[in-house]
Design a protein. Structure first.
Length: 224
């Protein structure tokens, strides 16, 4: 099937303007080999050796995982917790790791699912939060009356705008479109890899990618 023009149009987008870009998959065969060793140690009951070997995977995946989680959650503390939860879950279920599947694909699926669960929990909490109307108006007025020696809000916004406009637009995409767009354009995954991670078939992945790009064009309003 011929790829729609919109699927390749993002090659014209200046990636340097994105606030957070995701590193490409690196050395999946080596990581899979290490994961297989961890699995074997756990199977043999040698948990000390398993934890020691697993530490190597954590070191190799930590930075990449943190950037992926932050891109979804937009909060450093929440992202750190999501990454640690993902590592714990991976180690706890290492015996279910299929050695024919690249470890990074398996790990990324677990991490993203965890991030999406956190987003859903965050939205549930937000629905029950009642904004406080008892604002300390006097304190706020005094704070606002203090002159600022830094750049004005307008100047700060202009300084950040070029760097954040694409990231902001990506954050407004529907959940599934955002996940697929990030995996394809900033994670460097192929449609087949995204299909494995998300459980969707490849044609569905391409449809969501097409719609994500079309939505981004609308959100960005032709400013790029």
């Amino acid at each position: 099937m011929q790829k729609a023009p919109e699927e390749t149009a993002l090659s014209d987008v200046p990636v340097e303007t994105l606030a957070v870009s995701l590193p490409a998959l690196t050395r999946p065969d080596e990581d899979s080999r290490v994961a297989a060793e961890v699995k074997a140690f756990v199977h043999d009951g040698n948990l000390a050796a398993a934890r020691d070997r697993f530490a190597a995977l954590v070191l190799r995946q930590q930075r990449r995982a943190s950037r992926i989680a932050y891109h979804f959650l937009r909060d450093a503390a929440d992202a750190d917790e999501a990454v640690q939860d993902a590592f714990v879950k991976v180690f706890s279920h290492i015996e279910s790791f299929r050695e024919g599947l690249p470890f990074e694909v398996w790990f990324t699926r677990i991490l993203i699912n965890g991030c999406l669960d956190r987003q859903k929990a965050r939205r549930r909490r937000a629905r029950w939060m009642i904004p406080s109307l008892d604002v300390e108006q006097g304190e706020r007025s005094r704070a606002e009356s203090v002159p600022s020696h830094g750049p004005s809000p307008e100047e700060s916004l202009l300084l950040r705008e070029r760097r954040t406009q694409i990231a902001s637009a990506v954050g407004k995409l529907p959940e599934r479109q955002r996940t697929i767009f990030l995996l394809c354009h900033y994670q460097g995954c192929s449609s087949k890899e995204v299909s494995t991670i998300t459980g969707l078939n490849e044609s569905t992945v391409r449809v969501h990618l097409f719609r994500a790009v079309r939505k981004l064009r609308s959100l960005l309003g032709g400013k790029l």
